[in-house]
Design a protein around this ligand. Structure first.
Ligand SMILES: Nc1ncnc2c1ncn2[C@@H]1O[C@H](COP(=O)(O)OP(=O)(O)OP(=O)(O)O)[C@@H](O)[C@H]1O
Length: 255
């Protein structure tokens, strides 16, 4: 299992410079939350980390090899990426959508190998989708579809799991379940990276936090070191209070 190391990563979107020389290590066996205001560059950072956006400068290494050296095919077998607005264009079943996460492990033609079916069953159950498995994915609610997309990302048990806003649109029960799933992948030794706006979930479930503002690293490190009132106030430009009680910590944004 391998850490993901970014060195001096600079990236553009169209003609705009969006990431400016980022140095970050995403540690194996840890769940890292990427936080920051809208437009900070979180999705761009995740796309670059997934090898789907090529930086104009800097390097990204998975273990001791850079992503271009690993190559697209081998990378597809080792990492899964869930984009922010994942959607389905065709009315294929939820089960089929989840099975797409196994594509790198599938033969090019024919039915799904029976040996892979238990993995699909497990991912469907983990994301509370068993009762929806035969439904066309195009008929799902936004939150149900988000759960199907998360199931697709985790079904292959990738060593590098990168998810962009995995809890967006989910009700509290399913959001907590999703965060717990990602936590479990990290506990199983995978490198897990999630961009997230729900800071209470980040505080509760993440090990490390990477705070990005204007395409630059504002802070990175263990949750307790980064999710402080001072750093969050600086990051979001709003007053912040973190209150703690027997049930844990909660973040309040003040005017
Ligand atoms: N195709 C594009 N062309 C030009 N600029 C883009 C493009 N895509 C994104 N951007 C810009 O890049 C910057 C970073 O966008 P990005 O989606 O990475 O931010 P983010 O932190 O994920 O935001 P959010 O929290 O709103 O999802 C933003 O200013 C955005 O407007």
């Amino acid at each position: 299992m391998s850490a993901l190391t970014l060195q001096g990563v600079t990236a553009m979107r169209g003609k705009r410079m969006v990431l400016h020389g980022l140095d970050i290590i995403f540690v194996t066996g840890r769940l890292t939350a990427v936080i920051g205001p809208n437009g900070a560059g979180k999705s761009t950072l995740l796309e670059a980390a997934a090898g789907l956006l090529t930086p104009i400068a800097g390097s990204i290494m998975l273990g001791d090899k850079s992503l271009p050296v690993i190559g697209r095919r081998a990378l597809a077998e080792r990492r899964a990426y869930l984009p922010q607005r994942a959607g389905v264009e065709w009315p294929i079943s939820v089960e089929r959508v989840v099975a797409l996460g196994l594509t790198p492990a599938l033969p090019a033609f024919g039915d799904l190998p029976a040996a892979l079916l238990p993995r699909i069953d497990r991912a469907l159950a983990d994301c509370d989708l068993t009762h929806l498995r035969d439904r066309p994915a195009t008929s799902l609610s936004g939150g149900e579809l988000a759960r199907a997309m998360l199931a697709r990302a985790i079904v292959g048990d990738p060593e590098l799991l990168i998810v962009d806003e995995p809890t967006s649109g989910l009700d509290p029960r399913h959001a907590i379940d999703a965060a717990r799933r990602l936590r479990a992948r990290a506990d199983a030794g995978r490198t897990v990276i999630m961009a997230i706006h729900d800071l209470d979930l980040a505080l509760r479930f993440a090990d490390d936090v990477v705070a990005v503002r204007d395409g630059r690293l504002l802070a990175a490190g263990p949750v307790a070191a980064v999710m402080t009132e001072a750093i969050l106030a600086d990051l979001y430009d709003v007053r912040v209070r973190i209150s703690r009680d027997a049930d844990g910590a909660a973040i309040r944004f003040l005017d």
